[in-house]
Design a protein around this ligand. Structure first.
Ligand SMILES: CC(C)(COP(=O)(O)OP(=O)(O)OC[C@H]1O[C@@H](n2cnc3c(N)ncnc32)[C@H](O)[C@@H]1OP(=O)(O)O)[C@@H](O)C(=O)NCCC(=O)NCCS
Length: 160
């Protein structure tokens, strides 16, 4: 993106209805990428996505930011499912999905028509609330994991 496109992008995602979140490096305060996160058309479902500047790729930032958003999706919003898509050639992107514990649910063939007239394939990944909870349970025993162990798929459904 050039400066003009960056400003337009920032303006478009500055309000309450923003679908993209800036990722800022803790140490430098530098903008290093953005995460996409918004409701998908399926009930209780959000879509997640990511893009980082070239010089900040390959350092685990996308995975770290996505883990935080998955925690927000399942533990705060009470989502049922989070989905993500990418092209099969985008190995870094689907590696992030797999590191998050998302499952590949589909490989759509020639489903996206580009301006060039070329048809692109797409991978479709998802993770369910109970799959996320099972991962958390292997971790440090969060409140969410406890709710999951008690047979509740979302902390929102548990006793207050
Ligand atoms: C996709 C993207 C967000 C990943 O961000 P990132 O911060 O580099 O991701 P992470 O470092 O958390 O993880 C990347 C993983 O992919 C792996 N990877 C990257 N390129 C790879 C390749 N060509 N072959 C195999 N593995 C590859 C890395 O080794 C790492 O896995 P590991 O931790 O098991 O080693 C980043 O590459 C990017 O911004 N790309 C351009 C925009 C884009 O394509 N966005 C997604 C659109 S669907």
């Amino acid at each position: 993106m050039n400066a003009e496109q960056s400003q337009a992008f920032a303006a478009r995602h500055a309000g309450e209805d923003a679908e993209a979140l800036a990722v800022i490096a803790d140490e430098s305060g530098e903008l290093i990428g953005h995460m996409v996160f918004h409701p998908w058309f399926g009930a209780g479902t959000h879509e997640i996505g990511w893009a980082f500047s070239r010089e900040h790729q390959g350092r685990g930032y996308a995975t770290e930011a996505a883990r935080s958003l998955l925690a927000y999706a399942f533990e705060t919003l009470g989502c049922h499912r989070v989905i993500a898509t990418c092209q099969p050639e985008n190995i870094a992107s689907w590696r992030v999905m797999e590191k998050l514990g998302m499952r590949r649910e589909a490989h759509f063939r020639k489903c996206i028509l580009r301006d060039t007239g070329e048809w692109w394939d797409e991978y479709f990944y998802a993770i369910l609330d109970q799959e996320y909870a099972a991962q958390s349970f292997r971790g440090k025993g969060s409140q969410y994991a406890a709710a999951s162990k008690a047979g509740l798929t979302s902390p929102r459904q548990g006793p207050s």
